[in-house]
Design a protein around this ligand. Sequence first.
Ligand code: SF4
Ligand code: SF4
Length: 193
Amino acid sequence: MSGDRHSRERKPSRRMSKREALVRLRRMKQAFSRYIGKNFGHLAADCAVCPTPCCADAQFVNINITQIEAEAMIETLRESPRHGEDKLREVVARAEAAIAHFGLTETGDTFEKTYACPLYERGVGCLVHWKAKPAPCIQHGCYEHWEDLPETGTMHRIEAQVEQLDEAVHERPARWMTIPVWLTKVMKDNDGR
Ligand code: SF4
Ligand code: SF4
């Protein structure tokens, strides 16, 4: 599972509140998820019975996200009746361990390093599956025939919209960094609130 976007200069977007951006982001991801599920899901292997889940594969995951996506993940865990604050602390501890173990950084080519995702739990799957999953994770699946793979244009459009939301909230060019790095950074800054 991989991402391939890098930070770039962009014309500043209209200022937006974090609340509005989080709502838009969630709707955007859910719509994309429905699109992939409806048009390609039936052709992909069933992740629920996968013996070697890719999210736990430290040689495979190089997903990078923006700050607003980390904030959405934190909010999703925090507000979940099933998970909540304790689970969030567990995830952040795993994120810190991943940073140390896999040598993840804020600088350099952050797409070069791979890591086991701290949001994955065996028997549960992705802890932010429906509300805050990165677009490349929604896109990714295992297909028997390469011609069944989803087209990538929609995912790239979604990522461009994610960048715009991030920039509108934080008023600076979006930065793409790994999930563990952004989760710990946002939590250190005002406890992710
Ligand atoms: S995408 Fe493929 S490797 Fe990853 S969990 Fe699903 S079936 Fe397994
Ligand atoms: S965010 Fe979710 S789907 Fe993506 S790598 Fe992490 S656990 Fe897997």
